[in-house]
Design a protein around this ligand. Structure first.
Ligand SMILES: Cc1cc2nc3c(=O)[nH]c(=O)nc-3n(C[C@H](O)[C@H](O)[C@H](O)COP(=O)(O)OP(=O)(O)OC[C@H]3O[C@@H](n4cnc5c(N)ncnc54)[C@H](O)[C@@H]3O)c2cc1C
Length: 491
């Protein structure tokens, strides 16, 4: 690892890796990932990437309209136009790089339908699209000599001066290393781990959002959290395996505890209504029935088709003793995606000079109040490319002098972090701000989250992964609950 880089990229998901690939040879780039390179929400993406590639049956206007409808018209139209019109080229670029998207019998990209989309426009690699993309991007990045990539290297601190950033990195052996970079792209993913039950990967603790917030960047709509209606209802696992929308797209129906279809009672689009609508329907039905047991049924489909189309879901469910070709799949909503984040413009610039954000940690405004399925990988690609291009253009016109000497290590030792902060935050969030929020619990939950954050920031604890993540979860909970409280106070 060098002492100075032109650009630091925090994250090896779709956003971070795709950004790294855009920089020309003369730009030195450091990509870090706090755990294994492949441990990310990107790797978990099943359904696919939405893009208008079949111009005979689809067009930009339809994709824009679907995105606006799902987002309840709270989206930023300009950002959607960029997403929808530029995205197809990025998807084709991935294909060119070697991502094995499924093809139809004529060798064209196979498009599937997902909830909220009026056309078949989701390109996919079986039911493990994200991993197929991440694997190819990692291979590509490793061939770029200007890019250094390190796993198990966690950003714990970000300071800045007029030249750029001093980034505090926690190395695998627990020691610190400070590096300098003229620009920083935060591509650090979402916040799922602030909930007890989430589809998100273990890395999704909101670290990037927290560090941006600490630097004074504007954070927007962090309370816009999406709950997925159909996560596998495992008894104890915190990370809940997703039963992709595409399963409903291919004809699976939702059943209540009595084996009755009920989704049409709540919305005329039934099982294919947007995620928030289906999640709400499940919660209301569960209140009506006094029972939290729900199922997805795809047993009426040809078993061979189901196994081929959803090999990963089939195998994962089998591990839980459910053969989806013969049995109903137990499902229940859980946290899935963050629509808000570090506020950015159309070039992924935050409100802090030289700081960019892309992917799930950012708020471009494309998703509005609710994300349309498969628009997030597309957003990660489009806006990370734009960030990288914007930075490259700036580097070419600027005369960035070296940072000079600075402290390259610091002592991270301190008091031992007491157990329980993270568990408590997760419970607070799960209890007061799930699919149907409980406004009466918000003020006390916020008060407690603030107490925890104060303890963490003032406690002089050892800086390690547990501390950094606890601080992130507490910060995220405070921002979310503060926003929600303001909303209810104003009503
Ligand atoms: C189960 C599941 C299924 C999904 N399916 C789809 C789908 O079909 N289509 C779709 O469009 N979207 C889907 N999504 C959403 C989509 O996958 C994500 O929104 C998107 O991939 C986020 O990419 P990202 O690069 O922003 O973040 P991530 O892919 O989550 O990557 C974040 C990176 O940041 C690193 N990081 C975090 N904090 C630090 C730190 N402090 N220091 C160093 N590194 C750090 C992590 O190690 C990781 O490498 C799905 C999400 C889930 C969870």
């Amino acid at each position: 690892m060098k002492k100075e880089y032109d650009v630091l990229i925090v994250g090896s998901g779709a956003a971070g890796l795709y950004a790294a690939l855009q920089f020309p040879e003369e730009v030195s780039v450091l990509v870090i990932s706090k755990r294994e390179l492949t441990l990310s929400n990107s790797s978990l993406a099943q359904g696919g990437v939405a893009a208008v590639l079949d111009k005979d049956n689809d067009n930009f206007k339809l994709h824009i309209a679907d995105t606006l409808i799902a987002g309840k018209y709270k989206n930023n139209l300009e950002a959607i136009e960029v997403l929808v019109s530029e995205g197809p080229k990025d998807v084709l670029k991935l294909k060119e790089m070697g991502v094995a998207f499924d093809l139809d019998e004529r060798g064209r990209l196979q498009m599937t339908l997902e909830a909220g989309h009026s056309r078949h426009r989701i390109v996919h690699h079986k039911d493990s699209t994200g991993r197929a993309i991440v694997d190819v991007l990692i291979e590509q990045v490793k061939t770029h000599k200007n890019v250094d990539i390190y796993d198990s290297t966690m950003l714990y601190k970000l300071d800045r001066n007029e030249k750029g950033f001093y980034a505090g990195l926690l190395l695998p052996d627990g020691t610190s290393r400070i590096i300098a970079a003229h620009y920083c792209i935060l591509a650090s993913g979402g916040i799922g781990r602030v909930y007890q039950y989430t589809t998100n990967s273990a890395i999704a603790t909101g670290d990037g959002i927290t560090l941006a917030f600490m630097l004074g960047a504007r954070i927007k709509h962090l309370s816009r959290i999406q709950f997925h209606p159909t996560a596998f209802a495992a008894e104890n696992d915190r990370e809940r395996f997703l039963i992709s929308e595409a399963v409903r797209g291919e004809g699976a129906v939702l059943l209540n505890c009595d084996g009755e279809r009920f989704a049409f009672k709540y919305d005329e689009r039934g099982e294919l209504a947007p995620r928030d609508v289906v999640s709400n329907a499940i919660m209301l039905e569960s209140q009506a029935k006094g029972n939290e047991k729900f199922y997805l049924d795809i047993t009426h489909k040809d078993p061979e088709f189901v196994r081929k189309r959803f090999p990963m879901i089939y195998e994962k469910c089998l591990e839980e003793n459910i053969d989806i070709t013969k049995q109903w799949i137990p499902v229940f909503p859980c946290q899935h995606y963050l629509m808000g984040g570090i506020d950015v413009d159309l070039y992924a610039r935050t409100t802090v000079d030289r700081l960019y954000a892309a992917g799930e940690c950012s708020h471009t405004g494309v998703h509005g109040a609710n994300r349309l399925a498969s628009n997030s990988l597309l957003e990660a690609l489009v806006f990370s490319r734009r960030a990288a291009n914007d930075i490259t253009a700036k580097l070419r016109t600027e005369d960035n002098t070296p940072f000079g000497t600075f402290t390259e290590h610091e002592d991270l030792s301190g008091h031992t972090l007491p157990h329980g902060f993270r568990t408590e935050i997760r419970k607070l969030m799960q209890d007061c701000y799930f699919v149907i929020p409980k406004p009466e619990l918000i003020p006390d939950s916020l008060k407690r989250a603030k107490e925890i954050l104060t303890d963490l920031t003032g406690g002089e604890y050892t800086i390690d992964q547990s501390f950094v993540e606890a601080r992130s979860l507490a910060t995220v909970a405070c921002i979310v609950l503060e926003e929600v409280k303001k909303k209810y106070d104003a009503q």
